[in-house]
Design a protein around this ligand. Structure first.
Ligand code: 9MG
Length: 283
């Protein structure tokens, strides 16, 4: 399959001639708190603007943690967290993605200006396919074995690369059948979602198999447990390991990397790109 030239995200055409950076904006109780139990949306917006200035092409806004063991939140709570931020960023012409598994949140986010849906359940919730098909949004279909609360208890696969690839291609074909154009679909092996370190490393090493499907590949390894297992570092000291993983993912065919440390990742990618192609940094 030929390398995809772009990802159509609503009215944004994301050119994939160079690797792209998705900056993570979590609107959860442990981030952007105003000192009490509420969020300071202005702080979140300031962080998003900083990430864009640092080189983020997409801002991924999430209101429910999908970390192993994380508690679920209601649709109402999730909407209250993410919609004001999405509206403000879309008004500033940012390419905004929403990280959600809930069709109700997808619809509200699309109405607020989101141009991409990042779904760790690959649109398997009832009504999710229809919500995206009815819009012009892009979608990232991610693989997860199990559910966030329990997914790390005993992940197992016959052949992790083949199992995950087959699942993602199957979901992408279902999405196309539901009316989502091929150039609006990205796939993601879901590092850390029901996977041991050995599974994650096998997937990273074989990312080219995913790129060969013809769908752009999104990879998210930033600050994850596998980086901690390899380096022995706690989560707040995993930046260098995460940048190395992002570079490795791009070298193996990833088109988009989802990261916390945008500036460092963008710099590393620009150096890598200059060495590979002679191209100077730029958007
Ligand atoms: C929400 N989220 C957390 N980790 C992720 C990953 O690796 N990929 C995608 N698409 N979303 C993620």
């Amino acid at each position: 399959m030929p390398h995809p030239t772009h990802l159509q995200c609503g009215s944004h055409r994301l050119d994939l001639a160079r690797p792209r950076v998705m900056g993570i904006l979590n609107i959860t109780p442990d981030s952007f708190a105003d000192g009490g139990r509420h969020f300071d949306h202005e702080l979140a917006l300031t962080h998003a603007r900083r990430m864009q200035a640092d080189g983020a092409d997409i801002i991924d806004v999430g209101g429910e943690s999908t970390r192993p063991g994380a508690a679920a939140v209601s649709e109402r709570t999730e909407i209250a967290r993410v919609i004001p931020v999405i509206e403000a960023l879309a008004a500033e012409k940012f390419l905004v993605s929403v990280d959600t598994m809930k069709p109700g949140v997808m619809r509200a986010a699309i109405a607020a200006g989101a141009a991409m849906i990042n779904d760790v359940r690959a649109l398997q919730a009832r009504g999710a396919l229809e919500a995206v098909a009815a819009s012009g949004c892009a979608v990232c279909l991610m693989h997860m074995q199990g559910k966030p609360r329990t997914m790390q208890s005993d992940p197992n696969y016959l052949d992790v690369v083949r199992d995950v690839r087959d699942f993602l291609v199957g979901r992408a074909l279902i999405a196309e059948g539901a009316g989502i154009a091929r150039d609006r679909i990205a796939i993601d092996p879901g590092f850390g979602f029901g996977k041991t370190m050995a599974h994650n490393l096998a997937l990273l090493r074989s990312l080219r198999v995913f790129a060969q499907t013809g769908y752009p590949v999104l990879a998210g390894l930033s600050r994850k447990a596998t980086i901690g297992e390899i380096t022995g570092r706690p989560v707040e000291e995993r930046m260098a390991g995460s940048v190395a993983a992002a570079l490795n993912a791009v070298a193996h065919g990833a088109a988009i990397v989802r990261v916390h440390d945008v500036r460092e990742t963008a710099d590393a990618l620009n150096v890598w790109l200059a060495v590979e192609t002679g191209a100077k940094a730029g958007k």
